[in-house]
Design a protein around this ligand. Structure first.
Ligand code: AMP
Ligand code: ZN
Length: 499
């Protein structure tokens, strides 16, 4: 069995991931040992996309991070229930509760129904999820499917924590203890960044139900005790997380921007809903641990969908970069560090992935040849890998342990592959199944077929054998005009690349 003999092997994975799992809790700004609410389980909610546009690769970093968290929890033996929501209503153009509904605005701009828009961009997001090897969560919750529950949640807290204005039902942040502690902000800090609404009691108060203005009709609106309207974005996440996972659940994730407004507002609602106690009671903030990934940035600053080159995953693919090269790029940085995107950085990440694949391929061949050389045990390496991911998901270190194992010589290849497979179950790079050839993507606009490239290269080889260097150079130039770079002596064994 050449090639995949390892798959037939019964080599046990010599591993019991027993390193203590410590995660950085944004609520306390500290590393904390993970203590599940329910013995042996991990319940995780990740704020998902607002499906009014394609996600950019910065958004996708948030889901690669959540995926690594989920995979680590599974690796550590917890029964994982992961929920990601799809926001198809209620997220305004300004996170601080001002502006227009992003979905309504896009629907008008594209002259399509909101439902069409939502369906199209949800599908596009799911394609990116798949391309990045992000595991499916146990459930995708769709905001518009939870509106009755949102109304019920709002009704329960309305009398004690809310007040009504012409524009909607507002949450009074002074009615809960420690409002904004997650953001480490004083309530007054909100003044400048939150649009003034006449009648608001505190600058940071936010609408949990937005009434449709008199005389207007929105594409998405529902009847409620406060009139026709739509739920606020913060309410949606409180309701979907609490409904599906039950308060308190274990971990709530999102990008670092959510630490400032969206999550403090969710926490305030959860406190109001759970009981009147202070924030120190873990049960009252909804989730015990709040985790945030830092941003992917461009050299010029914040990544945006509207300025410069819109960095969608599809753009990377169109330029010939395999999406898992981007996953590798994310894993090379710690999730709490800012990561600067550059094409050179992406190229380097992809090269690292190629090198790994070549080495895995060689191990598979050895395993297929039945070359068994027992001796070295893998346990110390797996323990170090376990320690790395258990240390607040330290994927940069975990990757180096993976490479150390790859480089081991004179070991039982089947055991080696079993160890690599155990580690890749966390890294999610698909290293044991991905074909090296699959990494070569065809950039958009390159017409030449692989067969023509191979034939020209054969002709070039023949010319060189005959020492006809003029013809060899001419063939090389001919390929170059068609977008093919010939890579003589490439250490990674790629004879050519498109680009
Ligand atoms: P949105 O669709 O805007 O709600 O964003 C989806 C997720 O991406 C949220 O968790 C954001 O916090 C996160 N996010 C937004 N921009 C970036 C970025 N540049 N880098 C990493 N995460 C981001
Ligand atoms: Zn959310």
């Amino acid at each position: 069995m050449r090639g995949n003999g390892w798959a037939m092997s019964n080599a046990p994975v010599p591993l019991s991931p027993s390193a203590p799992l410590r995660l950085f809790n944004s609520l306390t700004r500290q590393l904390e040992p993970f203590q599940p609410v329910h013995e042996g389980e991990a319940r995780v909610y990740s704020c998902g996309p607002t499906v009014y546009n394609y996600p950019h690769i910065g958004n996708m970093r948030a889901y690669v991070f959540a995926d690594i968290l989920g995979r680590t929890l599974s690796f550590k033996g917890y029964k994982l229930t992961h929920v990601i929501n799809i926001t198809d209503v209620g997220h305004l153009t300004d996170d601080a509760d001002a502006g227009e509904d992003k979905m309504e605005k896009m629907a008008q701009a594209e002259a399509r129904s909101i439902w069409d828009i939502a369906q199209h961009y949800t599908q596009a997001y799911w394609e990116d999820i798949k391309a990045l090897n992000i595991r499916q969560p146990a459930r995708w919750t769709i905001a518009t499917e939870f509106v009755p529950q949102m109304i019920a949640f709002a009704e329960r807290i309305a009398d004690t924590h809310c007040y009504e204005l012409d524009s909607g039902l507002y949450f009074d942040v002074s009615t809960v203890a420690d409002y904004g502690r997650l953001a480490r902000a004083q309530t007054e800090d909100g003044e400048g960044r939150i649009e003034a609404v006449e009648g608001k009691r505190n600058a940071a108060d936010f609408a949990i139900w937005r009434k449709t203005p008199a005389g207007e009709k929105r594409q998405m609106e529902w009847d409620s005790p406060w009139g026709k309207g739509a739920p606020g974005w913060h309410l949606e996440c409180s309701v979907m997380s609490g409904e599906v996972l039950g308060f308190p659940f274990d971990i709530h994730t999102g990008g670092i921007d959510h630490r400032e407004i969206h999550h403090p507002n969710e926490i305030a609602q959860n406190q109001a809903f759970c009981c009147a106690g202070g924030l120190d009671l873990p049960a009252n903030s909804g989730a015990r641990v709040w985790m945030h990934n830092n941003f992917l940035v461009e050299r010029s600053g914040k990544m945006s969908k509207s300025s410069g080159e819109f960095l969608r995953l599809q753009l990377l693919i169109d330029k010939g970069f395999h999406p898992l090269g981007y996953r590798m790029m994310c894993l090379q940085a710690h999730y709490r560090s800012e990561l600067e995107f550059s094409w050179d950085g992406l190229t380097a990440a992809l090269t690292r992935l190629k090198r790994m694949l070549i080495a895995v391929g060689q191990s598979k061949e050895r395993a297929g040849e039945g070359e068994a050389q027992p001796g070295l045990r893998f346990t110390p390496f797996l323990e170090r890998f376990d320690a790395a991911v258990s240390d607040d998901l330290n994927t940069p270190v975990a990757l180096t342990v993976f490479e150390e194992v790859l480089a081991l010589k004179k070991v039982d290849p089947a055991e080696k592959l079993a160890a690599l497979a155990a580690m890749d179950a966390v890294l999610g790079l698909g290293l044991l199944t991905l074909e090296r050839a699959a990494l070569r993507l065809r950039p958009k606009g390159v017409e030449i077929e692989d067969a023509e490239i191979e034939a020209t290269l054969e002709a070039r080889k023949a010319a060189r054998a005959e020492k006809d260097f003029a013809r060899s150079d001419a063939l090389r130039d001919e390929l170059a005009t068609k977008g093919v770079d010939v890579m003589d002596g490439d250490p990674l064994g790629w004879e050519w690349k498109l680009g």
